[in-house]
Design a protein around this ligand. Sequence first.
Ligand code: AMP
Length: 141
Amino acid sequence: MTDIFDQIIDGEIPAYKIYEDDAVLAFLDISQITPGHTLLIPKKHLQDIFEYDEDTAAQVLSKLPVIARAVQNSNPDIIGVNIFSNNGEGAGQVVPHSHFHIVPRYAGDNFSITEFNNAAQYSDEQYQKIANSITSHLQED
Ligand code: AMP
């Protein structure tokens, strides 16, 4: 299935490209949550993080700090960078082609990723049960 990012990779629709090699492409996100908001994607069509093979993971993730540093250094007003990836419609993924958002932060911008601390609701047993459940699924790789 071809998606809008495949079309950008193939040059069928334009994008403000930042970096490109055989395996990855970085370009400005059209929505510009903040100025410099960039996407890093694999050229291989992978819908989400769950479809990654080791080689593609290495190719994409090794470039994440490179792009993040470039974004950070591109403007002296940038005070930090949020990196996130939505995987699955339930997690807010809209474009079905894996991508990492690199969002530079500026003093007074209105962007926020809200984190909750639910630690008070967890016993040692509950933590251990969850950890065991996740660990038991590592072998599926
Ligand atoms: P997500 O909600 O994580 O799937 O994010 C998809 C992102 O793709 C959104 O932030 C969109 O603004 C961005 N996007 C969609 N179409 C384009 C496009 N043609 N060029 C650049 N970014 C795009």
